[in-house]
Design a protein around this ligand. Structure first.
Ligand SMILES: [Zn+2]
Length: 215
């Protein structure tokens, strides 16, 4: 079973795949199957209160097993303070519901760390779509509860040092909004790390069980 920890569609998933689709509140319908739900920094509504109520209603449902993607993005047009406020409320909600967080972070790692610390995050945190360098990853993984998810960006070859050095018990793989097959991402990861598909498959399944069954 190839776990795909973050995707925006289930239509392209394959029979050997377990996909966790993401519902962006006030943009997507909620999925009937296991999924994540959150307020994406690109889509913070002007009517914040109604959007928040919708998220809380979704977040309490049993099929919503993670909160997010949520986070901070320095390249989007949403006003910074609204992003920050919406993100920190979602950290508190994740803590309260004991559901892991899936983080969207663009050029704002320092600010995301600060928010997680300030809100005393107590659930596992998955940084999705990681495409920065190994030193930042290493810094981030000093927190035992933080995980990285790698996606189609690895196929370009620029993340090989991250692939080779990341502790295997802190990794996930994903397709996000890309048309790539999750099996291609697993295959690339395995080649670069010199491991079999079976080894990585079993490891990511163990990571999934640790993050989602114990929180
Ligand atoms: Zn996404």
């Amino acid at each position: 079973m190839l776990i795909n920890i973050h995707a925006h569609s289930i239509s392209t998933s394959t029979p050997d795949e377990f996909v966790l689709p993401n519902c962006i509140v006030s943009k997507d319908y909620l999925y009937d199957q296991a999924c994540s739900a959150g307020i994406h920094p690109w889509y913070v509504d002007l009517n914040e209160e109604a959007q928040w109520e919708a998220l809380v209603k979704y977040a309490e449902k049993p099929q919503v097993i993670a909160i997010g993607e949520c986070g901070l993005d320095k390249l989007c047009s949403t006003e910074w303070n609204r992003q920050l406020h919406t993100f920190e409320k979602q950290i508190a909600l994740a803590n309260e519901l004991k559901k892991p967080l899936i983080i969207h972070c663009v050029r704002a790692y320092h600010e995301v760390f600060t928010s997680l610390l300030r809100k005393q995050v107590s659930v596992p945190v998955i940084f999705h779509g990681y495409e920065r360098n190994w030193p930042l990853a290493e810094q981030l993984l000093k927190n035992r509860n933080y995980y990285l998810s790698l996606g189609a960006a690895i196929l370009k070859g620029k993340l090989d040092d991250v692939i080779q050095q990341i502790p295997l018990d802190r990794i996930f793989l994903e397709t996000d909004d890309k048309p790539t097959k999750i099996s291609d991402i697993y295959a690339y990861f395995c080649r670069a790390r010199k491991l079999s598909i079976k080894q990585v498959e079993d490891q990511i399944l163990a990571n999934y069980n640790r993050v989602f069954k114990s929180s």
